[in-house]
Structure formats: structure tokens, C-alpha cells
Design a protein around this ligand. Structure first.
Ligand code: OOG
Ligand code: NI
Length: 265
């Protein structure tokens, strides 16, 4: 596991922009020479003991992150937790896991077969959170997972890496609202996730979010190369609670729609 939080986030970012070419362009469009502060990053996994949410979380807990919120997504059959660091300038971390036992026998067998290929020592290695896929998978298996769960197919194709980074709009000097950010993105030709509307959440729930639709990249399966959705970029603005401090949690109804940013268009 990493002992230096900045080294970990830099490695996650480098891996992320490799499969998300648009992220570097979005970064440039919004930063306009200023430093970008990340609100959070997100990771995905399966709830199988060897690789479950807690296994990923241990990498963040070992550098001081603490679990702060639990979220359930009944329709998508997912659970999630978010983690915060005592140094509040560090990004929050949102980790979700697919409830594998709630799917068909076929999906369960497929996923268990993939996870059996993961070396037990790999999950505690420094690079686990940006190590990608630890199994071989053919295109037909990917397609069959996709038919039941887009999330299952995504993890099976991309493995362990940041699913998205999230720009903190609160820290962008040249943008005041999420609508201004969305307008700048659309004017530059980026496609936004419109599920539940371009803006998810509101000032009333203390968090507004939007995201691009995932880039498409050529992915090598064991048999063929297929162009599939990879990762996306998210944008968040937070509002103060009654005590004047910014809300730091997530909003399940909004997150439910953000997950769909990796759907095929
Ligand atoms: C996570 C979706 C939820 C948020 O900020 O609410 C989320 C995912 O797509 O893996 O990131
Ligand atoms: Ni997010």
C-alpha cells in the first residue's frame, strides 16, 4: 500500500487520463492556468471477499481516510461508502461494490471466475488501485455481462482504476455555477450525461453534480478489440450546512444517475 497520498493520487490520475483522453482537455478548459482541486474520485468493484469495497478502502484507510457515509442503490444492486481525510484539501473517495449474489447464476459464475484469477498478493500491492484487469475475458463474456449489468461489464473490462475524477467547482476561480461549467463544456463539444437532467441535485440537498459521458476507447479482449465506454469526468459544487461548513456527503438519488455516465450512447 502507498504511504504517500500525493504519489497515490498522481498514479491514479496518470492511469485515468490514459483511458480518458478527454479528461486532459476538460482539465485544461476549466483550469485556465489555475490549479484544479478534486472534490472526489470514485472506484468500482464486486462484493466478493478478495476484492470487495473494504479491500479497496484499506488502501485509503492506511493513509488516514475514514469511512463517513453509506449508500444503497437497490435497482442497480450496488452498495457504496464514501471516505474523507482529516486534511480536507484531499479529495473525498467514493467506493461502490456490485452485489453479485443478486444476479443470475451465469453472471455469478462469470464474475467468480474472473476474481479467481486475481493473485491474492496483488490486492495489497502499492499499485492495486490503478492496476487494471487481473483476468482474461473475451468479448462475448463482456456482452453477456452488459446485458445484465452495465456496471459488472465495466469492472470486468477495466478492472481496478479510478472510474472518474471530479472537479470542485467551489475552487474554480473563473466559474461560479454548475450551469456555467456545463455550458462551457457543451460549447467545447463535450457530451454531458442527461439522465435525470444535466444537473443532478440542488442547493437544497447541498450538492449539485454533472458529468461527461464516458470516452470510448479500443479495448483488447482475448479475441477481438472492441470500442467501449471507459471513464468520465464529473463536476461538483457544494453548499454550506446550517453550521456554515460545506456539506461533504453524497446524494444517493444523484449518484444513481452519475453511474449511468459509463452507459453506451
Ligand atoms: C459512481 C457514481 C456516483 C457520485 O459522485 O455521486 C458518484 C460511479 O459511477 O462509480 O460518483
Ligand atoms: Ni462521483
Amino acid at each position: 500500500m502507498h504511504t504517500n497520498v500525493n504519489v497515490l493520487f498522481e498514479a491514479l490520475w496518470q492511469d485515468y487520463i490514459e483511458v480518458t483522453p478527454s479528461a486532459a482537455k476538460v482539465h485544461q478548459l476549466l483550469s485556465q492556468g489555475n490549479k484544479i482541486i478534486n472534490d472526489h474520485i470514485a472506484l468500482r468493484t464486486f462484493n466478493i471477499g478478495k476484492v470487495n469495497l473494504n479491500v479497496l478502502a484499506a488502501h485509503f484507510e492506511s493513509i488516514g481516510y475514514v469511512a463517513c457515509g453509506d449508500y444503497q442503490f437497490a435497482a442497480k444492486k450496488l452498495n457504496a461508502k464514501h471516505f474523507e481525510h482529516p486534511n480536507s484539501s484531499l479529495p473525498k473517495v467514493f467506493i461502490s461494490e456490485l452485489l453479485v449474489e443478486e444476479f443470475s447464476e451465469e453472471l455469478q459464475t462469470t464474475i467468480k471466475g474472473l476474481i479467481e484469477q486475481v493473485e491474492p498478493s496483488a490486492v495489497t500491492a502499492d499499485n492495486f488501485l490503478y492496476s487494471g484487469r487481473h483476468w482474461s475475458i473475451d468479448a462475448k463474456t463482456y456482452e453477456s455481462l452488459l446485458a445484465e449489468s452495465e456496471y459488472a461489464a465495466w469492472v470486468a473490462a477495466f478492472g481496478y482504476r479510478a472510474n472518474h475524477f471530479t472537479v470542485s467547482i467551489n475552487h474554480l476561480p473563473n466559474f461560479d455555477t454548475i450551469v456555467e461549467v456545463n455550458d462551457a463544456l457543451k460549447a467545447a463539444g463535450f457530451v454531458l450525461n442527461t439522465s435525470g437532467g444535466e444537473v443532478k441535485g440542488s442547493a437544497e440537498v447541498l450538492l449539485e453534480q454533472s458529468s461527461t459521458m464516458a470516452d470510448k476507447v479500443k479495448l483488447s479482449f482475448t479475441d477481438v478489440v472492441v470500442e467501449i465506454p471507459s471513464c468520465f469526468y464529473e463536476f461538483a459544487i457544494r453548499y454550506p450546512k446550517a453550521d456554515g461548513k460545506l456539506y461533504t456527503g453524497f446524494v444517493a438519488a444523484s449518484a444513481d444517475k452519475i453511474f449511468e455516465s459509463t452507459h453506451a450512447q
